[in-house]
Design a protein around this ligand. Structure first.
Ligand code: SDX
Length: 426
């Protein structure tokens, strides 16, 4: 028999099971608490609440550790590929060569989108934010792929997973091209995932597009860094939407909407805008004082779970230097601002006391801009990469026998019951 936690309230004692996972804090299983003690727990923001059991990703925020199916992010970023990480997140194990070949073929042959789908883009203003386009377009996929929306059919769950992973680059590239007023570019089956995406974004009919292996590798690694991250806000959104039985395309669209927020995936765009606003190293002290005066946040810093360096930020910083060197922007003044700002923040008691460290978004904006993307495309790239994490977590939830529709309760502090008063008596 495992250990238990005793809970006493109003003269009642409830004994609750304590569950222990492979790693991380133990959890008190409170599922029977309301039935036995007639009380709820209260945890806005879920600071102390585990919403589910998962085998996909583990974060040790104090040690700055991130594992995907047990493999450290540093090793995956250096030795694996994004598509191999997609297989790992979906299936739980690294693929054998034949397994990967089949998986890569499945993804490659789902990269095209229905010809009528392109009409959706024409309905947006050219200056529409690409995340607005992504939120609408991905939700519309439900209208095209009815043959993979039955969430209770394992085969359809896998086809929709392949379709999402395969089509997100095509849709994201179209959102980018549409904002540029340039013609859409079709995927090519002979190209790798990252190469295909970069070509769909940056090739133009007027000349041949020449792939750059350094930039392709950097793009692939950036996708790996953003693939999954436990029960963050957008993943929790996808799980909650999926718990009602909604189809996977609609659930991913809900995840995209949540990711767009500046405190979440929108931080990479806000972080670059912040660095551009600071402009030069000599303006850093004045900016930092504004953060301390709580006039604004230091974007790209802080994290709900990491109270140490985000391991992804370490890899992203290295990738940033590689990309800037490759494109001949090694002395980009914005990079100098970022490096100096990080140094100042990591030594300033205000940030040290609050355990604020750079997160994955701090260096990603500089890197993505050097790759040729405008700030408004940064969160689109985050959504492209996180799609595999969302769909793997959604699939795990659907296949979890203990899963139920998510329906949180509340503490009510509104008006007590009262009778209606007609307008002449108010
Ligand atoms: C992502 O959850 C995930 O895993 C997300 C993500 C993923 O891969 O899915 O990792 C991706 O979203 C990364 C985070 C990107 N967001 C930003 O960079 C935006 C800036 N960061 C903050 O918004 C904030 O740090 C959060 C939202 C990320 C975390 O906020 P918490 O956990 O709710 O912490 P908090 O707001 O309670 O802050 C604790 C203290 C507060 O000070 P006090 O009121 O106690 O004095 O730290 C301060 C906050 O004011 N603080 C900051 C700060 N972040 C927290 N102060 C200045 N700048 C910041 N960035």
């Amino acid at each position: 028999m495992g250990s238990t936690a005793k809970f006493e309230i109003d003269g009642k004692t409830v004994e609750l099971p304590v569950l222990r996972g492979t790693d991380g804090p133990a959890v008190v299983d409170i599922r029977k608490l309301y039935a036995e003690a007639d009380v709820f727990t209260y945890d806005p923001g879920f600071m102390s609440t585990a919403s589910c059991e998962s085998k996909i990703t583990f974060i040790d925020g104090d040690a700055g550790i991130l594992l995907h199916r047990g493999y450290p992010i540093m090793e995956l970023a250096e030795q694996s590929s994004f598509l191999e990480v997609c297989y790992l997140l979906l299936h739980g194990e690294l693929p054998t060569a034949p397994q990967f070949e089949e998986f890569e073929h499945n993804i490659t042959y789902h990269t095209m989108i229905h010809e009528q789908f392109d009409r959706f883009f024409m309905g947006f203003r050219r200056d529409a934010h690409p995340m607005a386009i992504m939120t609408g377009a991905v939700g519309a996929l439900s209208a095209f792929y009815h043959d993979s929306t039955n969430v209770n059919d394992p085969a359809q769950r896998m086809i929709s997973a392949h379709r999402m992973i395969a089509k997100m680059p095509t849709i994201a590239a179209r959102a980018f091209k549409y904002s540029r007023g340039q013609p859409f570019v079709f995927p090519r089956n002979e190209l790798s995932y990252a190469e295909n995406f970069l070509r769909m974004c940056f090739s133009v009919p007027a000349e041949d597009w020449v792939p750059n292996p350094v930039l392709t590798k950097a793009m692939d690694r950036i996708f790996i860094l953003h693939a999954d991250h436990e029960q963050n806000a957008s993943t929790s959104t996808v799980r909650l939407a999926g718990s009602s039985g909604a189809n996977p395309f609609a659930c991913i669209a809900a995840g995209i909407a949540s990711l767009w927020g500046p405190k979440h995936g929108g931080a990479n765009e806000e972080c670059l805008n912040m660095l551009m606003e600071i402009g030069t190293v000599d303006k850093i002290p004045e900016f930092v004082q504004g953060v301390k005066d709580r006039r604004y946040l230091l974007m790209g810093f802080g994290h709900r779970v990491y109270k140490n360096y985000d391991p992804r930020a370490t890899v992203m910083q290295k990738t940033c230097h590689e990309v800037l060197a490759e494109v001949g922007a090694g002395n980009d003044p914005i990079l100098q601002v970022a490096i100096e700002l990080e140094k100042v923040a990591l030594s300033d008691p205000y940030f040290v006391e609050r355990k604020l460290y750079p997160n994955v978004d701090f260096y990603s904006g500089i890197t993505l801009r050097a790759l040729g993307f405008p700030p408004e495309m940064f969160t689109v790239l985050f959504a492209l990469a996180r799609t595999v994490g969302w769909i793997a977590q959604w699939k795990e939830m659907i296949e979890d026998p203990s899963q139920k529709i998510g329906r949180p309760r509340q503490i009510y502090t509104g008006a007590p019951a009262r009778s209606f008063v007609s307008v002449d008596k108010r």
